[in-house]
Design a binder for this molecule. Structure first.
Ligand code: UTP
Length: 297
């Protein structure tokens, strides 16, 4: 049952993907395939499984391929029907099913993740909402997406009504790539967060617990998103808004994610996700493993 109080998931896709150049010069990074499925489709499936009914994409003129991907393709469907390719036809029809509403808001200028999220405020109004970063992909093979991770976060929010997000341990050498938390209180179910620092240096990092790009916020967050870029990144950061919420005495909870997650906005993380999903594919996984062994020999 979809809860009407938590129906929106905001997915920001307006970034330029400079870390993935040259692949992303004219292809949105969210359309790069993890094995045979675009990154964005994995993320939309995760959101559907967690029981959200509306996705708001915060988008940019260079990202039209994403909207096209989720549109019905009459020509392709007619061709697959004529060639009696039933399983492919079913797969293609599922991509554009109407199980979930897809809404699009343009972010005129890529001023940062915080700014992108604020662009959703006219649609979500006073309702709580999830934020799902599409370049962070959670390993669907090592969790149950109807119960773990985003679904668990949703359940936690509906019970506790506190802003919350998923974290995962990262190697100490990688803390400068993520938003890192300083825990205040740790229980077996969740962590009350004292601080969140965007991309701290290894010496500054208060822990190795990093945000993995899955959040649930009340509409209060909009009042804490700065109007102007600040800090070393020169972007309007979501982490600054979260810290401001904490400073204004709002409790934020962190929950540890289940299974591996991949930073697909980065070449190494993308490669890791691609290989991992390819090897676990039901039909081709074993063939691909053997092929790799042969290549490496
Ligand atoms: P990133 O900083 O990882 O994405 O933002 P980017 O800017 O595309 O990446 P690089 O550093 O140039 O390679 C995290 C998410 O927030 C979105 C991005 O599309 C990505 O999904 N984003 C970021 C926006 O929608 N708008 C922005 O202004 C910035």
């Amino acid at each position: 049952m979809i809860d009407k109080n938590l129906e929106y998931a905001v997915v920001p896709i307006a970034g330029l993907g400079t870390r993935m150049l040259p692949a992303t010069k004219s292809i949105p990074k969210e359309m790069l395939p993890i094995f045979d499925t675009p990154v964005i489709q994995h993320v939309v499936e995760e959101i559907k499984s967690a029981g959200f009914s509306k996705i708001i994409f915060i988008t940019h003129s260079s990202k039209n391929a994403i909207g096209n991907h989720f549109d019905k393709s009459f020509e392709l469907e007619a061709t697959l029907e004529k060639r009696i390719k039933r399983s492919q036809l079913k797969e293609i029809k599922n991509i554009s099913d109407k199980e979930i509403d897809l809404l699009y808001v343009r972010q005129g200028e890529a001023l940062g993740l915080g700014h992108a999220i604020k662009c959703a405020s006219t649609i979500v109004g006073k309702k709580p909402f999830a934020v799902v970063l599409p370049d962070r992909v959670l390993d669907k093979y090592n969790c149950n997406q109807e119960e773990d991770n985003l679904a668990k976060l949703k359940k936690h929010f509906l019970k506790n009504k506190k802003n919350c997000f998923l974290v995962s341990e990262v190697p100490q050498s990688d803390v400068n790539k993520f938003g890192i938390i300083k825990p205040k209180e740790i229980s077996d179910k969740f962590i009350i967060v004292e601080k969140i620092i965007e991309k701290p240096s290894k010496n500054e990092a208060p822990s190795n617990l990093a945000s993995v790009g899955r959040y649930i916020f009340t509409a209060d967050i909009f009042d804490h998103i700065p109007d102007k870029p600040s800090g070393k990144s020169k972007e309007i950061e979501l982490t600054d808004a979260m810290q401001d919420l904490i400073d204004a005495k709002h409790e934020i909870h962190a929950i540890t994610s289940k299974g591996q997650y991949f930073d697909c906005g980065d070449k190494v993380g993308y490669f890791e996700a691609f290989i991992s999903f390819a090897y676990k594919d039901n039909k081709l996984g074993d063939i691909l493993k053997n092929l790799t062994r042969e290549i490496l020999e």
